[in-house]
Design a protein around this ligand. Sequence first.
Ligand code: GLN
Length: 451
Amino acid sequence: AVQHYLQQIEARRHLNAYVYIYAEEALKRAAELDASRKAGKPTGKLHGVVIALKDVIAYKDHPLTAASKILEGFKPVFNATAVERLLAEEAIIIGSTNCDEFAMGSTNENSAYGKVLNALDESRVPGGSSGGSAVAVQANQCMVSLGSDTGGSVRQPADFCGVVGLKPTYGRISRHGLIAYASSFDQIGIFANNVPDVALVLEIIAGPDDFDSTGAQQPVDAYSNLTPLPSKPLRIAYFKEALESPALDKEIRNSILEFTKKLQADGHTVEPVDFEYLDFIVPAYYILTTAESSSNLSRYDGVKYGHRNVEKNNSLTEFYCATRSEGFGWEVKRRIMLGTFVLSAGYYDAYFTKAQQVRKLLVEKINLIFSQFDAILLPTAPSTAFTIGEKTEDPISMYLADIFTVFSNLTGIPTISIPLFWHSNGMPYGLQIMTNQFSELYLLQLSQLWM
Ligand code: GLN
């Protein structure tokens, strides 16, 4: 299997899905695992499963750069908890995948390693920020990959590439060893070609962890035991305002509406619910995440990690300034400035406090909806994959395209994108399904039913 995936990587190296490939090491580990199995030793649940990691997830003694020049040369001295758990079940890590710098972006065009191409149409982006992880699964360059999802970075690239992408409940998977973008939003997520593969990997990496105090204590369900749901009528909601949004592609709208009609014909209740907050979710998301990221990224000062400017050192300020100016890309700088602004004394209440209030309202809204419904359906993105360069000059329009994904991170609920549809432009797109906190098993069962 490792040889097969290495061949696939080489055959389409230009897709640029991987930033580091651990060919020899992966082959050696495969041989060792094979020998151990042949010697009659019990095998792990992921024996020989070939996995790629987004370049924001720590794999001990291997490069970890968040696709940023500022982390050039950095190697972590410990494994992320998720990686530790994968390895304990005998998975094989084949390499680390390209992404937007510090997971900030929706196209994978903000990477120090260059852009990633969508394997289905190389003139298009794969989505982002976990574009490399999505393409690695899409182009058959690994079995499963991990990404991170702060505002849609697993679901949106899964949607653009035609694969399955899951963002679990906030706190379901330990963030220990995940480079922080916005800590109260970040969650590790999983890409695969099918729901059972996602379920099995989730079962292994989820669960409490002493190294992450924000991790959930809830016991982990046997996600891989995807028994079919009992055939009772489901109560499904969709956001009326979202489907009426002028930004939504008409074909996408129609296929979601047709899907809801099909569910109704099968005897399920499907109802539109008012979602009066639609216009506030993208601003609230970008205020809160830039605030958190400006604080999280202050640690990259050229002293502790990676890149440093050694010439400009007349004063500490000059040194920090030169190092950070060289090390960070434009999008990251934009967000550090935005975040610093919204946290500044004069504007804190007008922006940060307001956005926190919006977040609270959204959580109340979601609790109300889940007291009446089992699941919410939404498109994953308002359009299919953008063409390369289409949105690079217009960050606001790029941010607005996150309209359907950021909601689940603001509220912390588990959400999946499953590839159900094809557009007349030849590109795939998905259905986004959301369920209540910690109901991943149910979410996966629903997905399996509909895929
Ligand atoms: N596109 C969003 C952003 O740029 C989502 C990023 C993410 O989920 N990491 O913030």
